[in-house]
Design a protein. Sequence first.
Length: 78
Amino acid sequence: MSYQNLKAELKRAGATYSDVGELLGLSSNSVNLKINGRVPFTVPEAKAVQRKFCVDATLDYLFEDDAMGEQSMTRDSA
């Protein structure tokens, strides 16, 4: 699973994984793991990314699971 829509929208916004990592307090490697679906995004992380970089896109669209067409996030705040 990876978030192709999120990748595309970040690219359109000119945002790098380092930019996302700075926002979330994570390394660019950790962001890479999240965007490629190896580690889940928390809901607060997803909302922060959407608000900062992808304001015209919905969370459902950004975090749609490419393999299943479903969103995949955890509700944890950490």
